[in-house]
Each structure stands twice: as C-alpha cells, then as structure tokens.
Design a protein around this ligand. Structure first.
Ligand code: 4NP
Length: 170
C-alpha cells in the first residue's frame, strides 16, 4: 500500500480516456507551473487514463508539440488508472464527465482507505464558473483538428493556475 502524503504535500492525478492528450498536458503544465513557483517539491503530479490502449506510450505528438511551443515538456508514459490510485492520491481530477463516471466505478471497487477526492477538472476553470453540459468537459482533441490542442492547452493552463492557488498544501 502506498503511504498517503503528509499535509505539507499535495498529490494530484489527472485522468482522461487515453492518457496521451488531455491529462498529459495537465500533468506537464501543472508540473511546469509548480516548478516556476519554486514549489514543485510540495506536489506529486501524475496522470492516467481510464482505458489501457496506449499503455507505455508517450503523449500524442500533437500534444507534445503544442506544449513545447509554450515552453512545457511532456514526459509522461501512459498508464491506466486503478483502484489503488484512490488510496495514494489526495485529489483525482477527471477531464470530462464520461471520465468522471468511469472513475466513480473504479472508486466503488476501491477499499476503505480509498479516500481521494474525485472531481471534474473544469470545476477549477475560472472561465467555466456556472457552466453545465459540455461546458464542464475538456473537449477530446484526439480525433479533431490540430488547433483543438491549442484550445485544450489554454483551458488546461488557466485551470492548472487556479488549482495551484486553491489546492496548495498548507
Ligand atoms: P485523451 O484522448 O483521452 O485526451 O488522451 C484520446 C486518446 C486516444 C483515444 C481517445 C481519446 N483513443 O480512442 O485511442
């Protein structure tokens, strides 16, 4: 069993479907912002997918290119989220409502020490306050056009900035 992190530390897991587009961007941007703030040692930041198709793969080249253009390196390798993540992370953030539903099922399989808080990523998006429906999702850019990655990048950047402010360890 993984030890829960002490209170001067915060652990956060970003989860999308494939773990090659949206959640690696969130992991990379959050790590970048925490590092820039001189605060990286106080955070554990990771990402995973609800599916396992891309296990072991690096982020999609389009996601890496978009992040790199903004000075952010994506180093993740895809993995599938599992029940154990609910006992090792403080906060698990789903990139869309479908991911949230899938994660709620994984959470239900987890044991009594599964104390992670599960929420939607865009609950922290300052431009999505009061949003409903699609407005609560980070759109999946995988099957879309190239500039879908730029839109996701901007959304992820402002949302991670807010997360860093409101979820910082005390
Ligand atoms: P992600 O995007 O969930 O943001 O990583 C996707 C990546 C791969 C697939 C779907 C979405 N796929 O079907 O393989």
């Amino acid at each position: 069993m993984t030890e829960r992190t002490p209170s001067d530390h915060r652990s956060i897991l970003f989860v999308c479907l494939g773990n090659i587009c949206r959640s690696p961007m969130a992991e990379g941007v959050m790590t970048h912002l925490a590092t820039e703030a001189g605060d990286a040692h106080r955070w554990t930041i990771d990402s995973a997918g609800t599916g396992s198709w891309h296990e072991g793969e690096r982020a999609d080249p389009r996601a890496r290119e978009t992040a790199a253009r903004n000075g952010v390196e994506l180093t993740s390798r895809a993995r599938q989220a599992g029940p154990e993540d609910f006992s090792s992370f403080d906060l698990i953030l789903a990139m869309d409502r479908s991911n949230l539903d899938d994660l709620a099922r994984v959470q239900a399989e987890a044991g009594a020490d599964a104390t992670a808080t599960l929420r939607l990523f865009r609950e922290y998006d300052p431009e999505a306050e009061g949003a409903d429906g699609d407005g609560r999702d980070v759109p999946d850019p995988y099957f879309g056009v190239a500039d879908g990655f730029d839109e996701v990048y901007e959304m992820v950047r402002r949302t991670c900035q807010r997360i860093l402010e409101v979820e910082a360890p005390s």
